[in-house]
Write a protein that binds this ligand. Structure first.
Ligand SMILES: O=C(O)CCC(=O)C(=O)O
Length: 292
């Protein structure tokens, strides 16, 4: 569980890293599942599998081949794997989330993000709440480190204090799934790398600005990314990564009350792509074409 100091750090900085939360046996079980899905991906040239609503569950990095598989994202592994349900629905992860959100906590959606060794996968600066607006922002992105990570293998980077800031994720009338690239230099100067070991968990406010570079090392890098909210934070738009577990109570009890605290919110465009990477890539290509 978090100490009082760690809880204060979370509220002041917008994130806190809790060490050694997930035991080795549970990490091994999740890694084994991910390794099996990666093996399976060798037999595919396009995204495959299906989640609720029809998007693909398994998302391939451009350049993926049978010899060099690059399974960058798995949507809602909790739908198909007990190993992931055990970590995200029970035990210390929901209990710590309750220390930060209040006693009643529900699940929204979840994905794994893998940067294979040498992979170009990068994540542009964004705020998760811009993709999943709710009636209030008592929401956390839980980031479970499945591997040791630092800058060399493309660890997550977070901008401290940015959970109190609001940025548009639109440009020229389109939802671009990222903050204006003109802000990149400022964020690079402020951002802090989340260096940690497998089993550590970063609890990050849903408005915290974050991103991450490519994995230029020989080491793998997989991260679990799970959105949890206070039970009285009700979604204002459809889930971009639908799952039958949306709204599942992981701590305390359900709420029939929607608590409204956000007077004005920019809404996302509901995207039909399998993952948000496609939106960010489309935007990068558009910029490259325009020469900006
Ligand atoms: O994998 C990472 O380092 C960050 C991923 C991320 O921020 C996301 O997918 O929303």
């Amino acid at each position: 569980m978090l100490s009082e100091d760690q809880i204060t750090t979370y509220h002041e900085r917008g994130y806190v890293l809790a060490r050694g939360v997930v035991p080795a046996a549970q990490l091994d079980a999740m890694r084994a599942e991910l390794a099996a899905w990666t093996e399976e991906s060798r037999g595919h040239t396009e995204n495959f599998g299906e989640i609720l609503g029809g998007k693909a569950r398994f998302d391939l990095q451009p350049g993926h081949t049978a010899d060099n598989p690059q399974l960058r994202r798995v949507a809602n592994p909790v739908d198909i794997s007990e190993a992931y349900r055990n970590v995200l629905f029970e035990g210390p992860v929901p209990a710590i989330a309750a220390q930060l959100l209040g006693p009643d906590v529900v699940f929204h959606h979840f994905k794994t993000n893998t940067k294979a060794p040498g992979s170009a996968t990068r994540v542009d600066y964004h705020q998760d709440h811009a993709f999943t607006p709710h009636t209030n922002d008592d929401m956390i992105t839980v980031l479970v480190l499945l591997d040791d990570m630092d800058e060399a293998n493309g660890c997550l980077t977070v901008v401290p204090g940015s959970h109190r800031e609001r940025y548009s994720h639109w440009a020229d009338g389109r939802f671009i799934g990222r903050i204006d690239p003109a802000m990149d230099a400022e964020f690079d100067a402020r951002a802090e790398p989340i260096r940690g070991s497998a089993g550590d968990v970063c609890f990050m406010h849903n408005w915290a600005v974050h991103g991450g570079g490519p994995n230029l090392s020989a080491a793998p890098r997989s991260l679990l990314i799970c959105d949890l909210s206070a039970a009285d934070a009700k979604p204002l738009c459809v889930n971009p990564v639908p799952t039958p577990h949306e709204g599942r109570v992981v701590h305390g009890q359900a709420s029939r009350v929607a608590r409204l605290t956000q007077a004005e919110l920019e809404m996302p465009e509901i995207y039909s792509d399998d993952s948000f990477f496609v939106i960010q890539e489309r935007e990068a290509q558009a910029r490259a074409k325009e020469g900006t």
